[in-house]
Design a protein around this ligand. Structure first.
Ligand code: HXC
Ligand code: NAP
Length: 305
């Protein structure tokens, strides 16, 4: 969607960048010329992802004439760096950022994308299960945002934070309560720091995807044959799932300088899913068209069925 090299001056840290939606956004950022750091708890997953993306993205960059220097010097044409980091641990986050600065000189974008989640009636959860999800989602996001913000303010870098949320960050949702609490907290963090750090030129925004298939989400949120019973495609106004490229395009815009006057915003990209669930009479969309003639006659006469 964006012009080639739109992200050429960006060094982007993506937490949870080795799998699912994170991986797809990373691929798009690389194609647009960014340096990208992918972090999570599993180094083997990160290294495999980095290796695959180097192969997938390199032909595009070479066609576009990017990075001749590193190709000539025998280096990697695609600047992706995997770094192990558990976002729940502030010291690990600081160490990861030092490794990034050492490698790339600095960084100017953080994508808080790491998450943990599973469906369960809340009364069945242990307090440790609740902590586990909130610690990854909320504590992980504030650890990374605070560490990045302190560094950017000290170095006078006009950095950008983007966080991956979900529409239930503002509607709430049954059966994923720890995740809803965590994501709502990250939305508050985004809106609060956008105002506080605006004077430094630091922007904080969020994106709220609806259903985009990923192994991580699908196995934990739609296990077994739940998918057949609650097909998420049918819950959107557009009657389909999201395509990862659609999300990656939006994320690329949000971390680029094209969105330079946007801060404190949460952009929903869900095919109309949350609105479809919210409107009082939306369920009437399931009624066969033929029934509307009868309904109209009855409603004109003010009669019930
Ligand atoms: C109830 C559960 C549980 C489950 C774990 N626990 N899974 N309780 N139902 N399905 C409990 C455990 O019993 C334990 O409590 C506590 O949670 C910690 O579990 P561990 O397995 O030790 O935790 P850990 O190894 O840290 O793994 C974290 C995890 C795991 C969140 C449980 O699923 C994970 O690593 N997830 C990362 C990826 C992920 O979740 N991706 C999906 C994101 S999708 P006790 O009391 O027994 O010690 C997403 C979509 C949002 O966010 C929007 C969709 C529209
Ligand atoms: P995913 O592939 O499971 O992504 C979650 C990532 O978080 C994994 O790479 C995981 O890697 C990482 N992670 C978990 N705990 C971590 C920790 N403590 N420290 C660092 N990294 C950690 O699922 P996904 O669907 O792509 O989700 C990506 C983001 O999109 C999440 O924020 C999710 O809430 C959001 N989202 C997804 C959907 C959807 O439909 N898929 C919808 C709305 C929002 P490790 O296990 O290696 O640590």
């Amino acid at each position: 969607m964006l012009k080639k090299n739109s992200l050429q001056r960006k060094t982007i840290i993506v937490t949870g960048g080795g799998t699912g939606l994170g991986r797809s956004m990373v691929k798009c950022f690389l194609q647009l010329g960014a340096n990208v750091v992918i972090t999570s708890r599993k180094m083997d997953v990160l290294e495999k992802c980095a290796e695959e993306l180097r192969k997938e993205v390199a032909p595009t960059l070479m066609r576009e004439g990017k990075d001749n220097r590193s190709l000539q010097s025998g280096g990697q044409a695609v600047n992706i760096l995997p770094v192990k980091c558990d976002v729940r641990n502030y010291e690990e986050v600081e160490t990861m950022m030092k490794i990034v600065i050492n490698k790339f000189g600095s960084f100017n974008v953080l994508l808080n994308n790491a998450a943990g989640n599973f469906i369960s009636p809340t009364e069945r959860l242990s307090h440790r299960a609740f902590d586990t999800v909130v610690d990854i989602v909320l504590k992980g996001s504030y650890n990374c945002s605070i560490a990045a913000g302190k560094y950017w303010i000290k170095e006078k870098i006009k950095g950008t934070v983007l966080s991956t949320l979900t529409p239930y960050a503002f509607t709430g949702s049954a059966f994923v309560v720890p995740s809803a609490c965590g994501k709502a907290g990250v939305l508050a963090l985004t809106q609060s720091l956008a105002v506080e750090w605006g004077k430094y030129g630091i922007r904080l925004n969020a994106i709220s995807p609806g259903p985009f298939p990923s192994e991580g989400a699908w196995t934990r949120l739609l296990p077994g044959d739940l998918m057949k019973k609650f097909d998420p495609a049918k819950s959107t106004a557009l009657n389909r799932l999201g395509d990862h490229q659609e999300l990656a395009n939006l994320a690329a815009y949000m971390v680029s300088d094209f969105s330079s006057f946007m801060t404190g915003e949460n952009v929903v990209i869900d095919g109309g899913q949350w609105l479809k669930g919210a409107g009082t009479f939306n369920a009437l969309g399931a009624m066969p068209d033929e029934m509307w003639n009868t309904i109209e006659q009855l409603s004109r006469k003010g009669k019930s069925i």
